[in-house]
Write a protein that binds this ligand. Structure first.
Ligand SMILES: *[C@@H]1O[C@H](CO)[C@@H](O)[C@H](O)[C@H]1NC(C)=O
Ligand SMILES: *[C@@H]1O[C@H](CO)[C@@H](O)[C@H](O)[C@H]1NC(C)=O
Length: 372
């Protein structure tokens, strides 16, 4: 005969309920705390915190950040502001107390300084002397071709934050491996063959090679052009759908440097389009994506043979489909915060770094590293 608890529910059943509740909590805990790589891909909505947890939080988060290192964002890169809680929402990063409040300067463990906001007379730098425990982080995502060498800042920074893999804090949105093979990926509907979004053709000095290649390529195949350098700027909402509607996307970097593989590559990968890349050698790309996920211009002797190959893939559905086989084993996350989205990832990555690395690090010559 089973005994009965005070509530009238048999004890056996009550134990079962408790066990289920514990299991559910464990699962929830797992998803709240699991690191970036095991997050399921999701489409984040900025500034809309749909889960109640975030509604309750407000700007007075001091009590829960007592032990977290303070990371001060000295200026907002390109004046692009976002909700500092997005690091938690988008990337599950909240190991630091991220702030833009300069009043916290003297108690900040680290200060993020955006290279392009440093004035020639250095007056826009944080004040010196800095507190002895404080690290300055050099935030710069451009390639050397597009970098102004401002004199006088060589030996100020304890840490570098860059797209380069050998930076102290490398910034990159990486593919995540699927725990179990995913058979569900469907290639988005296509109504264009080759597309290219170009936002900024004149401002960069290193665009020579990509324009030369494009001018040659377009003789043999139609390329649909988008972006402010051509048909007008694409809205954020139209960006991924536009890329997704093309079979191939020209992921042509504005300058060619090791590891300089940007959103131009990640965008089409996550949208479900085959990137045709022009940038560092194929081997460099293969460090970040499977070899059969993209086409490299160097795989062909010239633009004409590339055009012929793309035309041939257009007629051969099975061969085209093989460029998505990697999707069984990996997922690619879109950013979805299009404008200056790279800065959100960069700032959050810095937050994660300072939370994990407390050790002393003397400044090193950033230019000697960056320009060599
Ligand atoms: C934040 O929370 C505190 C304490 O709960 C409250 O007094 C304050 O009004 C809240 N601020 C905002 C901006 O909601
Ligand atoms: C950062 O670098 C500066 C300059 O080399 C040095 O004085 C300072 O102690 C370093 N700080 C930390 C916390 O590593």
């Amino acid at each position: 005969m089973s005994s009965t608890s005070l509530t009238g529910i048999p004890v056996g059943r009550l134990t079962g309920l408790v066990a289920i509740a514990a299991l559910v909590s464990l699962i929830l805990l797992y998803f709240w705390t699991s690191p970036l790589t095991s997050c399921p891909p999701r489409l984040p909505q900025l500034k809309q915190h749909s889960d109640g947890h975030h509604e309750e939080m407000n700007n007075s988060i001091a009590d829960e950040t007592v032990e977290k290192p303070v990371l001060l964002l000295w200026v907002w890169p390109e004046n692009y502001r976002f909700d500092l809680k997005d690091c938690k929402t988008l990337y599950n990063i909240d190991g630091c107390h991220l702030t833009d409040d300069r009043a916290l300067y003297s108690s900040s463990d680290a200060v993020l300084v955006f290279h392009r906001a440093i004035s020639w007379d250095l007056s826009t730098l944080p004040p010196s002397p800095r507190p002895p425990f404080q690290k300055w982080i050099w935030l710069h995502l451009e390639s050397p071709t597009n970098t102004q060498k401002i004199p006088g800042i060589e030996n100020l920074f304890n840490l570098t934050l860059s797209y380069r893999e050998d930076a102290d804090i490398p910034v990159r949105l990486r593919l995540t491996s699927n725990k179990t093979p995913n058979e569900d990926f469907t290639i988005p509907k296509k109504d264009k063959l080759v597309c290219w979004i170009v936002s900024n053709n004149a401002a960069h000095t290193g665009v020579g090679k990509r324009n030369t290649y494009y001018n040659e390529l377009k003789k043999y195949i139609t390329v649909h052009m988008f972006g402010s350098a051509y048909a007008g700027r694409l809205s954020d909402e139209d960006y991924y759908p536009t890329i997704a509607s093309c079979k191939f996307y020209l992921s042509f970097e504005n300058s060619i440097h090791k590891d300089y593989i940007t959103e131009k590559f990640n965008g089409p990968l996550s949208a479900g389009t085959v990137p045709v890349v022009l940038g560092p050698p194929r081997k460099n790309y293969e460090r970040f994506a499977p070899r059969d996920a993209f086409i490299h211009v160097d795989d062909f002797p010239d633009a004409k043979s590339l055009a012929e190959y793309l035309t041939q893939l257009d007629r051969d559905e099975d061969a085209y489909r093989r460029y998505f086989n990697w999707r069984r084993h990996f997922s690619a996350r879109p950013h979805l915060i299009l404008q200056n989205q790279e800065f959100v990832l960069a700032i959050c990555t810095a937050c994660d770094h300072v939370a994990r690395h407390k050790e002393y690090q003397e400044a090193h010559d950033i230019y000697e590293w960056f320009f060599n």
